[in-house]
Design a protein around this ligand. Structure first.
Ligand SMILES: [Zn+2]
Length: 220
């Protein structure tokens, strides 16, 4: 496994452990965790702290009727246990994304947004954040852009570099509205990223100004 250099902050991991992250951000953290044993260990520590705190709270007494109905449900579950259907999704795709990807990346309805980039939207979060995959062709540039909200990215395949360095599979990064960056995929292969954008992307540069109204319409 390649070494992952960029990780979610402790605050993000703690919020993930507490189950308080929006779905879109939780998907990015989950995808990162599948590549990063260090963050998995950190999360396990956070989960332990969380459950210790929970045990210090006084449990509400469950009524006898509730207990009975729970036990009956558990019995039923035992009887109904069936083998889960084998997953047909490519195992190299993070498990948290299998709900959106039936087979593999190549079967998705990719839309070309520039000579170098294709995207496919996976879902919208209830907070309006857009969850999508970005595919940058080998050596291709994701053009210079800024965004009005935060942008979360996890590299799923390949690698890219931008003004701050080189990012490889599993790397997790958050850029805020003040970051202007130009990701460029490495020459050897295409790069696929999970991207969550919380506000419309603004392309910068002369020609891109022509495209901005089109992009904004996509985010409306
Ligand atoms: Zn990590």
């Amino acid at each position: 496994m390649e070494k992952t250099h960029n990780h979610p902050t402790d605050e993000l991991l703690a919020a993930y452990s507490a189950g308080s992250l929006p779905l879109s951000q939780a998907l990015c953290v989950s995808a990162h965790l599948e590549h990063c044993p260090a963050c998995v260990r950190k999360l396990q520590r956070l989960n332990r702290v969380g459950s210790e705190l929970m045990t210090q709270l006084k449990p509400a007494a469950a009524s006898a009727a509730l207990k009975e109905s729970l036990m009956a449900k558990l019995d039923m579950l035992d009887e109904e246990t069936v083998e889960p259907a084998p997953s047909v999704t490519d195992p190299s795709i993070p498990r948290c994304l299998h709900q959106f990807i039936e087979r593999g990346y190549e079967d998705l309805p990719w839309k070309r947004v520039s000579a170098d980039i294709q995207t496919v939207e996976l879902c919208r979060d209830s907070n309006g954040a857009r969850v999508e995959l970005l595919k940058i062709r080998p050596g291709g540039s994701a053009t210079t852009h800024t965004h009005l909200g935060d942008e979360y990215t996890v590299i799923l395949e390949g690698s890219f570099s931008d003004e701050s360095g080189v990012y490889a599979r599993g790397d997790f990064m958050v850029k805020d509205a003040s970051d202007k960056h130009t990701p460029v995929a490495t020459q050897d292969r295409e790069c696929i990223c999970l991207a969550v954008t919380e506000g419309p992307i603004q392309l910068t540069g002369f020609f891109n100004r022509l495209f901005n109204p089109l992009l904004r319409r996509g985010y409306a």
